[in-house]
Design a protein around this ligand. Structure first.
Ligand code: FE
Length: 162
């Protein structure tokens, strides 16, 4: 996998899965180990999950029950099942979106998002299927100072055993 470390500017890379997909190369999808055709994704996902995960949509804040999930467990990618976030890193951001101080190591990737020119952001994606998860901001709490602002529909929760 090709690394593009320029893209972690502004995030410090501390605690982030600092593997960033390069841009400007065709066939970016090909870098993800889990791949489905667009038709297969449409079949596999709900219309809302498809809009978020495959088209970089954003769910209405407060619309996901996972925002209030308090149990111990793991949040996995709703697209491919990749374990992405631990309940230990979840916090109540008050934004209406499930929020975490970090992703599980190497499970998510980030890249610059300039879709809103006046507000450059950092997008985060599932490292396995490339599904859009949300964005990472620098205004989070300790210990990382990062706020991974995640669409709940991009996640499924697996409670811890025992
Ligand atoms: Fe995934």
């Amino acid at each position: 996998m090709q690394l593009d470390r320029r893209a972690v500017l502004g995030l410090g890379g501390v605690g982030l899965a600092a593997v960033v997909l390069g841009t400007g190369t065709s066939g970016a999808e090909a870098r993800y180990p889990f791949q489905l055709s667009d038709a297969e994704w449409r079949r596999r996902l709900s219309p809302e999950a498809y809009r978020i995960l495959r088209k970089a949509g954003t769910e209405r804040p407060g619309s996901s029950s996972l925002d209030h999930e308090r149990r111990r467990g793991t949040f996995v990618c709703a697209g491919c099942g990749n374990p992405l976030f631990s309940s230990a890193d979840k916090f109540d951001s008050g934004t209406g979106w499930p929020s975490f101080t970090r992703a599980l190591p190497r499970r998510a990737v980030t890249r610059p998002d300039r879709s809103i020119p006046v507000m450059p952001r950092t997008e985060c994606l599932c490292a396995r299927c490339g599904g859009h998860l949300g964005h990472v901001f620098d205004d989070g709490p300790r210990p990382t100072g990062h706020r991974w602002c995640i669409n709940g529909v991009a996640l499924r929760f697996t409670p811890a055993q025992g």
